[in-house]
Design a protein around this ligand. Structure first.
Ligand code: FAD
Ligand code: FES
Ligand code: MG
Length: 294
C-alpha cells in the first residue's frame, strides 16, 4: 500500500487533481475496468471509494486519480511517494461488460474522464470503434487528453467557456453525433462517467435515440461490500446497492433526483469539517451531487 509515484495533473485555483500509483500486487492482478477500491488514508480516517484507473501487473501497482474536494481527498493529496496508505480494499464492484458492441460513444466529464479511460482501452482491445467526448469547465482542467486520444478512434473535446475544443457541453456533441449517424454507422452503446447532471442528461439524450447508456454511479459509500446500505440507489424502481450491484447501471432507469438528494445528506457536516481544519479550498457543496465536480 505504499505510494510509489505521485503527480499533479491539474493545479488550478479551485481545482486540484492528482494521480498516484500505489503498490498492491493482488489488487493489480485482479482489477478489471469499472472496478474501484476503498481507501483509508489514516487509521482514524474515513473510507472513500476511488476508481482503479490503471494497473501495472508487473510492478504490482494500481493507478488512482482523484480530485481534492474535501477532507479525505485532501489528506490523500498530502501523501507523497514513499508514504503508505492505512488500508486499501478491492477490487470492488462489477467490472464493465467488455465485448464487441461495434460503435461506442464514451463520455467523460471532469475527473470522470479518468474513469472512462480503463473502459476505453478495454473496449478498443475488444475491437470496438470508439468515439470519445471529453468535457471540462476550461482548458486547464482537462485531463488525460493524450491517453484518450490513443485509446479512441475519434476524440471530441468541449469546454464550458470555449477555451479549448468546442464551446458548450458534451451533450451538444453527443446529440449531433446521434442525429447525423445513419443506420449503417449507428452507435450501439453510450458509456458515461461524470457529474450527476451530465450522466442524467447523457442518458436522456441517448434514450431519445433509443440507445442504451451505461453510467457509473457515485452514491456515498462506506464499506463498499454491501453491508452498510449507504450506497443504495433506485434503478428500474428497485433498490440496488451500488457497491455490489453496480457501480454501473442503465442510465435511463436510474432515479437521478433521489441520488442527488441522498448525496447532499451530509453537506453541512462536510462543509463544517473542512472549515474547522482550515483546509482551503474545500468544495463539498460543489461535489455534493457529483462524483466529478468539474
Ligand atoms: P467530502 O467533503 O467528505 O465530500 C465531498 C463530496 O464527495 C460529498 O458531498 C459526496 O458527494 C462525495 N463523498 C464524500 N464521501 C463519500 C464517500 N464515502 N463515498 C462516495 N462519495 C463520497 N473521485 C475521484 O476524484 N476519482 C475517482 O476515481 C473516484 N471514483 C469513485 C468511484 C466510486 C464507485 C464512487 C462511489 C465515488 C468515486 N469518487 C471518485 C468520489 C470520491 O469517493 C469522493 O470525491 C470522495 O469520497 C470525497 O471525500 P472527501 O472526504 O474528500 O470529501
Ligand atoms: Fe455499504 Fe454499499 S457501501 S452497502
Ligand atoms: Mg469526507
Amino acid at each position: 500500500m505504499q505510494i510509489i509515484k505521485k503527480e499533479i495533473l491539474v493545479q488550478a485555483p479551485d481545482v486540484i487533481i492528482k494521480r498516484i500509483e500505489v503498490l498492491s500486487p493482488l489488487i493489480a492482478k485482479a482489477a478489471q475496468p469499472g472496478q474501484f477500491v476503498v481507501v483509508m488514508v489514516s487509521e482514524l480516517g474515513e473510507r472513500i471509494p476511488l476508481t482503479i484507473v490503471d494497473r501495472d501487473i508487473k510492478n504490482g501497482a494500481i493507478t488512482l486519480i482523484f480530485q481534492e474536494v474535501g477532507l479525505t481527498t485532501k489528506l490523500l493529496g498530502k501523501m507523497n511517494a514513499g508514504n503508505s496508505l492505512y488500508a486499501l480494499a478491492g477490487p470492488l464492484g462489477h467490472a464493465t461488460e467488455i465485448k464487441n458492441y461495434g460503435k461506442l460513444i464514451l463520455v467523460g466529464g471532469g475527473v470522470g474522464i479518468a474513469e472512462i479511460y480503463p473502459a476505453a482501452k478495454a473496449f478498443k482491445e475488444a475491437g470496438n470503434h470508439i468515439t470519445a467526448i471529453l468535457g471540462a469547465r476550461n482548458k486547464d482542467l482537462l485531463i488525460l487528453e493524450q491517453e484518450l486520444k490513443a485509446s479512441s478512434n475519434e476524440l471530441h473535446i468541449t469546454t464550458d467557456d470555449g477555451s479549448y475544443g468546442r464551446k458548450g457541453f458534451v451533450t451538444d456533441i453527443l446529440e449531433n453525433l446521434l442525429t447525423y449517424s445513419s443506420q449503417l454507422t449507428a452507435y450501439s452503446l453510450i458509456y458515461a462517467v461524470g457529474p450527476i447532471p451530465m450522466m442524467k442528461e447523457v442518458s436522456r439524450v441517448a434514450n431519445n435515440f433509443k440507445i442504451k447508456t451505461i453510467v457509473s454511479l457515485n452514491p456515498l459509500m462506506v464499506d463498499g461490500t454491501g453491508m452498510c446500505g449507504c450506497c443504495r440507489v433506485t434503478v428500474s424502481n428497485k433498490t440496488k446497492f451500488s457497491c455490489v450491484d453496480g457501480p454501473e447501471f442503465d442510465g435511463a432507469q436510474v432515479d437521478w433526483d433521489e441520488l442527488t438528494q441522498r448525496n447532499m445528506a451530509y453537506l453541512d457536516k462536510e462543509r463544517h469539517i473542512c472549515s474547522i481544519i482550515n483546509l482551503v479550498p474545500c468544495h463539498p457543496e460543489r461535489a455534493h451531487s457529483l462524483r466529478h465536480p468539474e
